[in-house]
Design a binder for this molecule. Structure first.
Ligand code: NDP
Length: 331
């Protein structure tokens, strides 16, 4: 008899009404792949909230085990790069969307999707970073490649009490940037300053329709919010600056004009974590190891159990989750 494990499954009925429940599975129930991983830790990202609640069409194969990222130990492998006992991380590649994802005791995936857990990093800490934190690092790398150094001026971070925002602030501050954190939760001022934010602004300053160009306030920005917020960030970016855009917490629209681009040479840098090439992922995780303080990571994350995933998925869409949530799958 193969081992059984619990899995969260989202399903649809004939009327496309979505439901979510917990099922008991064996490895034979998993989708195809050449590596089976025992999932030690996962997390609840914004996208997982969308998948579990059905608020956006994240799931594109039914039924589906959601969960876009995990860290764990290889149990069996037919892939030349991996052997039993290897510690691995997975982010994206369609897991939790088109391929059974992280909210299960085990996952069978393609070995090409895995990267090695950085030396000295635990599965728990990797998921405290999670896809949100790895995406924050991709944003920082994109700004660096654009030549944005701390000497160029402040960097604005939106959605700053959230996962991407909290990790972005921590990394930027450690690298010496002056960080302006935009948040709807000004009550979190102490938390954000503890992560390294130098200034806090109310997100209402950026979330309403604004002028095509405004006062030049920052050299760069990391935006996980989209919509008017992204338009206003662009309009207030200094000459030659850049905005790394990775999210849509306010909306997926972008009601901007060409003015920041053609009069100030501002660049809009698109960030995708899901299909990012392996070399870029490895670079991002290596930089996370060196440029994200363990104490900051501890202060921006909390740990929950498997049974709390579904309620946390609802809470993250309601903007009620601060920082990052780690799911301990072995607890
Ligand atoms: P979180 O929910 O943890 O953070 C989002 C934050 O955005 C909230 O905490 C809140 O911050 C702010 N926010 C929420 N609603 C609104 C609103 N209506 N208007 C303005 N601000 C709002 O999510 P994550 O950090 O995990 O993800 C953030 C975004 O990035 C999501 O859209 C997600 O899909 C996207 N993402 C994209 C990736 C990619 O590959 N491109 C990868 C990972 C995430 P505050 O309370 O401080 O204002």
């Amino acid at each position: 008899m193969p081992d059984t494990f619990k899995a969260i499954m989202v399903s649809r009925d004939e009327d496309k009404k979505q439901s979510v429940g917990v099922e008991t599975l064996t490895v034979d129930d998993l989708m195809e792949g050449d590596v089976v991983v025992s999932v030690e830790a996962t997390t609840v990202n914004y996208k997982d909230g969308l998948a579990i609640t059905g608020k956006s069409p994240v799931v594109r194969h039914w039924p589906m085990i959601p969960g876009v990222d995990f860290a764990g130990t290889v149990e069996s492998s037919d892939h030349p790069d991996w052997k039993p006992g290897d510690k691995v991380i997975l982010n994206g590649w369609g897991t939790g969307e088109t391929h059974y994802g992280a909210y299960a005791g085990k996952s069978r995936v393609k070995g090409d999707w895995l990267i090695a857990l950085p030396e000295g990093m635990s599965a728990h800490d990797a998921m405290a970073v999670g896809t949100a934190g790895y995406t924050a690092m991709l944003c920082v790398l994109a700004l660096e490649r654009h030549g944005i150094t701390p000497e160029r001026g402040p960097v604005a971070v939106t959605g700053s009490s959230g996962g991407v925002g909290s990790v972005a602030i921590s990394i930027l501050a450690k690298l010496g940037y002056h960080v302006i954190a935009s948040t709807g939760r000004t009550s979190e001022e102490n938390y954000l300053k503890g992560l390294g934010a130098a200034e806090i602004i109310d997100r209402n300053e950026l979330s309403e329709p604004g002028r095509p160009l405004g006062k030049e306030r920052w050299a760069a920005a990391i935006d996980s919010v989209g919509s008017h917020t992204l338009a206003n960030l662009l309009a207030q970016t200094q000459y030659g600056g850049a905005v790394a855009a990775c999210g849509l917490a306010q909306g997926f629209d972008l009601p901007t004009t060409v003015m920041p681009f053609i009069l100030r040479g501002v660049s809009l840098l698109g960030i995708d974590s899901v299909m990012a090439p392996k070399a870029l992922r490895e670079e991002a995780w290596a930089r996370i190891k060196t440029d994200l303080d363990a104490s900051k990571l501890a202060s921006l994350s909390k740990t929950i159990g498997f049974d709390e995933i579904i309620e946390t998925a609802h809470a993250i869409l309601d903007g009620k989750v601060r920082g990052r949530v780690v799911v301990d799958m072995k607890g």
